[in-house]
Design a protein around this ligand. Structure first.
Ligand SMILES: [Zn+2]
Length: 366
């Protein structure tokens, strides 16, 4: 059911084009997955999301595990039916949220116990539970439960997380019972080359359907992140998808594609959209600024999204000034459209072996 093939490689950079086939359709890579945290990409209808060019989306195991619970999603037909998205879906493992959102009570060899960020209730999550929950949710691609450490951290702390991540990865593979789902392993190791190498080696020995680089965009600089991605990707099997988790800005994406990354997810286009910030071909725009009050032109004259075809900057600014919900919806839609446009341009550039020259203008941005 699953296959991944690299169809073109840029000669000057490490950028590559590929195609990932799942039981719910194929995905052209490099791809950007919009984030449907709690089973919804905030403020965007699935049909509109599809029209942006999005092929695969991400949902968060941690959030769905707490509410409504994996059993509820399962009884309502599984994640695809539940959220009205018949394309490919990926669920993360919950590891990132457990270690970033909640108050940890206890962590040991086999499980973590934490206080729910919603009501403080005690909840346990382990490699076996995270895998069983994802088996029930029913996404096409699922992730091994890992420990993600915030940076900067001591080497000892990162090392401890790497050891746990490796041990847990084996337990996840063993617990994985749904053959309609492909499981990816997550390489941890902060910005420490040796630890990344050690973690990659052990995960590759275990044998996953794809490999993610986790634990980045957690406090380090753009340059540190790209350097880490640059040396980690060659440690991973070339014939499997490479996924950089939770990243990032257009510049981050373009740089990481150049290092050989195939998949991304990030809340940035929707979160920024809700906060009145637009990504455009001319850079970021903060729509609340007075300067846009009387501007009749669209956000981005070259963009063919619904928002840009129908509304002025002045109108969009007005919606945010008075708190109309249409403002966040229209801006999220535009931003998602922009991210998909960027991925499409990147894919074309790789196909035509000009990724280096195409990417240079984006790499100069911040
Ligand atoms: Zn637009």
């Amino acid at each position: 059911m699953f296959s991944f093939s690299v169809t073109a490689t840029d000669k000057q950079t490490g950028a590559r084009r590929g195609r990932l086939v799942t039981g719910h359709g194929a995905v052209e890579t490099p791809t950007f997955m919009p984030v449907g945290t709690r089973g919804s990409v905030k403020g965007v209808l699935p049909s509109a999301l599809r029209a942006t060019g999005a092929e695969m989306i991400l949902a968060n195991t941690y959030h769905l595990f707490l509410r409504p619970g994996a059993e509820v999603v399962e009884q309502l037909g599984g994640l695809h039916e539940f959220m009205g998205w018949d394309g490919p879906i990926l669920t993360d493992s919950g590891g990132f949220q457990v270690f970033s959102l909640s108050e940890l009570n206890r962590i040991n060899e086999d499980e973590v116990e934490f206080a729910s960020h919603i009501d403080g209730a005690k909840v346990r999550l382990s490699p076996a539970i995270a895998t069983a929950v994802q088996n029930k949710l029913g996404a096409d691609i699922i992730m091994a439960f890992d420990e993600c450490v915030k940076l900067p951290s001591t080497r000892e702390r990162v090392r401890l997380a790497v050891d746990r991540t490796i041990r847990w990865a084996a337990q996840c593979l063993e617990a994985h019972k749904n053959e309609h789902q492909l499981m990816f392993g997550i390489v941890q190791g902060g910005t420490d080359r040796e630890l990344r190498e050690y973690c990659s080696e052990k995960l590759v020995e275990l044998g996953f359907g794809g490999y993610a680089i986790g634990g980045l965009s957690v406090g380090e600089s753009h340059d540190e992140m790209i350097e880490t991605v640059g040396y980690t990707v060659p440690m991973l099997p070339a014939d499997k998808p490479h996924y950089l988790m939770g990243v990032g800005t257009p510049r981050d994406l373009v740089a990481a594609i150049g290092a050989g990354i195939d998949m991304f997810d990030c809340v940035m286009p929707t979160r920024n959209g809700r906060n009145a910030t637009a990504f455009t071909r001319q850079g970021k725009m903060k729509l609340r600024n007075e300067q846009y009050k009387l501007q009749k032109e669209p956000l981005d004259a070259e963009c063919d999204c619904y928002t840009c075809k129908n509304f002025s900057r002045g109108y969009l600014r007005h919606l945010f000034q008075v708190g109309e919900m249409l403002g966040p919806m229209l801006l999220s839609l535009h931003n998602l459209h922009f991210y998909q446009w960027l991925m499409n341009e990147a894919r074309l550039a790789i196909d035509e072996n000009r990724y280096g020259s195409w990417s240079s203008r984006w790499l100069a941005d911040d």
